[in-house]
Write a protein that binds this ligand. Structure first.
Ligand SMILES: O=C(O)[C@H](O)[C@H](O)[C@@H](O)CO
Ligand SMILES: [Mg+2]
Length: 390
């Protein structure tokens, strides 16, 4: 089997968008004096879809959501020529080819995200060629179903957040993640508002439901050190990305500070990046996203590392490219799940582009044993709502 074509297209959402409100979610821009459009850093309103075609008529589908037009250019100009003419089953060789030949300027960020998209498509192809779901090629079923946590609860009116939390309980979720709206620049009042929002959600969900707290890199070390002891009484399952992804020592310090586990990794790349996090005991929960970290080939290696370090892997975002890895390793106890919603930050866009992502029932998703590959197809339903860049 040989790869005969690589097609990368950018799907840019032009349909209705719910504008996020101020203080909707803390983020890395919050520390600057001129925040401008501070929500811009986590608006993912475009997605690159990669289709890799083989000479026996199979098409593998990969995707990447970071800097989609740049990811497409990297795929078109650099990566496609490296895989054309090769057998997708030589995935490790092809991964090394892409990684090594872009090493001077790649390694992390959008170049690795672009490599991820091709790698995901190769695994989809291998599944389709063997007639097996991808998780069966990675180790198979390690759990009956995958427990999911509902991930939204952006900072809005506290009554609205409580009603939203109640909805997740009613749907059967036993874990959920909320976002902080305030950081260092918002002073004692912002600190109190942060604590009030956690108290409000905890009040509704009670002590036995897992509550995860997301900072999205909108704090700094000093602020995080002040907040963590105050948050202990709410017994969060974890506190996520308190500081910039590059501050690995900061993560390690915070992880030692209180009983609250610190999580991170959605902005880290390859097994090399994760070895550093693990060696320094910087995170107690690993949250790679397969469509950034280096694809299924890299994520599978990180799962093995995490297993020996005894650190759980709960990938960013859920979605099929992550679910197959979660299903096939004991190191991964749970998945994130973005409730389907009108397009807002853009996390939801996956459901508008693809068909086949499972919907949780009672807080669990399952993967179909009989669907070869990842189990995704391109959706025709919303095509007119996208500007598609060929
Ligand atoms: O962990 C997450 O779900 C991410 O940090 C979100 O994708 C991001 O959009 C912030 O809400
Ligand atoms: Mg996050």
């Amino acid at each position: 089997m040989k790869i005969i074509n690589v097609r990368a297209r950018v799907f840019e959402w032009k349909g209705h968008t719910v504008p996020p409100q101020p203080h909707f979610c803390s983020n890395a821009m919050d520390l600057l004096w001129d925040k401008g459009d501070s929500m811009g850093t986590f608006r993912f309103h475009g997605w690159t879809v990669v289709e890799v075609e083989t000479d026996d008529g199979l098409v593998g589908i990969g995707n990447v959501a970071l800097a989609p037009r740049i990811a497409k250019a990297i795929i078109d100009q650099y990566l496609a020529p490296l895989v054309l003419g090769h057998d997708p089953f030589d995935y490790e060789y092809l991964w090394q080819r892409m990684y090594r030949s872009t090493h001077a300027w790649g390694r992390k960020g959008v170049a690795m995200a672009a490599i991820s998209a091709i790698d995901i498509a190769l695994w989809d192809l291998m599944g389709k060629a063997t007639g097996r779901p991808v998780f069966k090629l990675l180790g198979g079923r390690t759990k009956e179903k995958i427990p999911c946590y509902a991930s939204k609860l952006y900072r809005t009116d506290l009554g609205e957040m409580q009603a939203e939390a109640q909805r997740y309980l009613d749907q059967g979720f036993t874990a959920m993640k909320m976002r902080f709206g305030y950081g260092p620049k918002d002073g004692p009042e912002g600190m109190r508002k942060n604590l009030d929002s956690v108290a409000a959600v905890r009040e509704v969900i009670g002590p036995d439901v897992d509550l995860m707290l997301e900072c999205y890199m909108g704090w700094n070390l000093e602020y995080a050190k002040r907040m963590l002891p105050k948050l202990e009484k709410f017994e969060p399952r974890w506190l996520e990305e308190p500081v910039l992804a590059d501050d690995i020592d900061g993560y390690a310090e915070l992880n030692r500070l209180t009983s609250i586990p610190i999580s991170g990794g959605e902005h880290e790349f390859t097994s090399h990046g994760f070895r550093q996090l693990l060696d320094k005991r910087a995170v107690s929960v690993i949250q790679y996203d397969t469509n950034r970290v280096g694809g299924i080939t890299a994520a599978h290696k990180i799962n093995a590392l995490a297993e020996v370090y005894g650190v759980p892997v709960i990938p960013h975002a859920g979605q099929m490219h992550n679910y197959h890895l979660t299903m096939s390793t004991l190191a991964s106890p749970m998945s994130e799940y973005f409730p389907v919603h009108e397009v807002e930050v853009g996390n939801e866009l996956f459901y508008y582009i693809f068909e086949g992502d499972p919907t949780p029932e009672n807080g669990f998703i399952d993967l179909d044993e009989h669907k070869p590959g990842l189990g995704l197809t391109l959706s025709q339903r919303y095509l007119d709502q996208f500007n598609i860049v060929e």
